[in-house]
Design a binder for this molecule. Structure first.
Ligand code: TYM
Length: 340
């Protein structure tokens, strides 16, 4: 399909707890690659973070986590001289467009969102309204810049489908074909869904009670080695083909992470360790993970020692982001009929 929209990448991460290997391999690593291909914008979604308990009612913790995520973006390879990074809360157009989109999205669409069901658990009535409309704000994050590409992990696919539906319905209802693009999810690499180290059928997540289930970007070398040593495995030797991974979620997860970290295919990783015991593999796995993450953690610590500088970077990024968002939002208001 031809589209009048210029390629633009937008993505974001929530500043709740610390970032982990899933966030790095599923998203950040790919953002850095995409920077070489098209203009990008990366935000720290502090407004999303207050939808759930972890980020709500804890202003100092939220600000700390926001700076930490910004530091991770930079330490992971985002070049702030060409790519604005900013926190959502400094760009009011996200919230403005989100309100309009709340009136575009249908309740039936929202009721299908699986992440809300998972996050609200058994007591839906106690969840915040913000948690329910969270994917609408996410659509606004993307479309307020008319972004065309959204690099994310697999878990965000459904939210991207909703953003596409909202864009299309707005275009139809307000009679402006092509006003908003159909943003495409970009899900790339061999670790698009990194699983828990304690249970290969569960996603590695910031909200898992067990810290041993994830490798945090700020973990020390000893902690990383220890978590990998204790990672759940199965009694068989490592497989010699992809087919043999069937029914072995832990083996598949560890081999996929190894492949992603070493920038090789899953097939090549399987061939490298074919028939070996987990214990030897785990030693190499720990070495590789530490080699990849340690320089990043060190750079994050260096950046975080000067929070004022991070705040300056976020402010300057927000100004650049607003320069794109304001004219789009002005046009939305005109189309909707808000007198200005
Ligand atoms: P968040 O903060 O949960 O995660 C940030 C990014 O990391 C990816 N990710 C994973 N990838 C692979 N394996 C995992 N175990 C794993 N866990 C997380 C996520 O897919 C995501 O790409 N709703 C979003 C944040 C958001 C956003 C946006 C993203 C808000 N607005 C606009 C893109 C565009 C979220 O909660 O991500």
């Amino acid at each position: 399909m031809t589209t009048p929209h210029k390629p633009l990448v937008l993505s974001g991460m929530q500043p709740t707890n610390t970032l982990h290997l899933g966030n790095y391999l599923g998203a950040l690593k790919n953002w850095v690659k995409m920077q070489e291909q098209m203009p990008c914008l990366f935000c720290v979604v502090d407004m999303h973070a207050i939808t759930a308990e972890a980020g709500y009612g804890k202003p100092e913790e939220l600000a700390r986590a926001t700076r930490e995520v910004a530091a991770a973006y930079i330490a992971g390879g985002v070049d702030v001289n060409r790519t604005p990074i900013f926190n959502q809360g400094q760009v009011p157009e996200h919230a403005e467009l989100s309100w309009v989109f709340n009136c575009v999205a249908r309740l039936g669409w929202m009721d299908r969102m699986t992440q809300f069901k998972e996050k609200s658990g058994k007591h839906k009535e106690r969840a915040s309204v913000g948690l329910y409309t969270y994917p609408v704000l996410m659509a606004a994050d993307i479309l307020v810049y008319r972004a065309t590409h959204v690099p994310v992990g697999e878990d965000q696919k459904q939210h991207l489908e909703l953003a596409r539906d909202i864009a299309q319905k707005f275009n139809n209802d307000f009679g402006v074909p092509d006003f908003f693009p159909q943003p495409e999810p970009v899900i790339m690499g061999t670790a698009t869904r990194v699983m828990s180290l304690r249970d290969g059928t569960k996603k590695m997540s910031k909200s898992d009670e067990s810290d041993a289930s994830r490798i945090n970007l700020t973990d020390t070398a000893e902690t990383i080695a220890d978590k990998i040593r204790r990672a759940k495995t199965d009694p068989l030797p490592l497989p010699s083909s992809k087919d043999e991974l069937a029914g072995r979620p832990e083996a598949e997860n560890l081999l996929s992470i190894y492949a992603a970290l070493s920038d090789q295919t899953l097939e090549a990783t399987i061939a490298e360790f074919s028939g070996q015991q987990f214990s030897g593999f785990k030693g190499k796995f720990a070495e590789l993970t530490v080699a990849k993450l340690e320089p990043m953690a060190k750079e994050m610590r260096r950046l975080l020692a000067d929070p004022g500088e991070i705040d300056r970077i976020l402010k300057s990024g927000a100004q650049k982001a607003r320069a794109i968002a304001t004219p789009v939002m002005d046009e939305v208001k005109k189309r909707v009929g808000f007198i200005s």
